[in-house]
Design a protein. Structure first.
Length: 189
């Protein structure tokens, strides 16, 4: 079930264990190491511990909801791919993550394949990097509010054009608060 820990049987199936007891033993080892917490009497009772990391902030699981274009606009499709652990003071329900496609934000250090962590409905100021929906197409760009009620979405790569629309044509989905990069990430489709 999305957003809930797996059952022992789901873990057994996913990892190809022959017995449920093998899954239980592995999970108990993680509990002993402090990597998981077991809530007694619950079939989905394993969870990440509510502890602070080096940042002093609790770890929350944030949904990775697909891809966002850093380039030409493409149709936005929301599809839960995975859960990303994030150390944050925000509750998990105000954050989401997207995998970046395209090269329009290279100058801001956002590369194809990176994961951006986005805070929904955050107040975005001029100069903030945002995820915006323009005509049902999502993009990640730097925000500029122009005169006359216009919104400008600026790339950080001179090979791409600025997107200029009226404020009514742009929906800000959130403000990028973190960028993550994996050096052995799965290839993009």
């Amino acid at each position: 079930m999305a957003g809930q820990p797996p059952t022992l049987r789901e873990i057994q199936t996913e990892f190809g264990f022959r017995a449920v007891e093998t899954a239980r033993e592995h999970l108990q080892g993680l509990v002993t190491e402090g990597q998981l917490v077991k809530e007694p009497g619950r079939s989905r009772g394993y969870r990440l511990p509510e502890r602070s990391g080096a940042s002093g902030l609790p770890t929350r699981l944030v949904p990775l909801l697909g891809r966002v274009q850093a380039g030409a606009l493409t149709t936005a499709v929301e599809e839960l791919e995975a859960w990303v652990p994030v150390q944050t003071r925000h509750s998990g329900d105000v954050l989401f993550a997207l995998r970046v496609r395209g090269e329009s934000m290279l100058g801001a250090g956002i590369l194809p394949g990176d994961i951006v962590i986005v805070r929904k409905d955050a107040a975005a100021a001029n100069g903030d990097i945002v995820v915006a929906l323009v005509d049902d197409e999502a993009t990640v760009k730097r925000l500029r509010r122009a005169s006359g009620g216009r919104i400008e979405l600026h790339p950080e790569n001179p090979e791409f054009s600025v997107i200029v629309r009226s404020a009514s044509e742009v929906m800000l989905l959130g403000k990028v608060i973190e960028v993550r990069r994996q050096y052995e990430a799965a290839p993009l489709d």
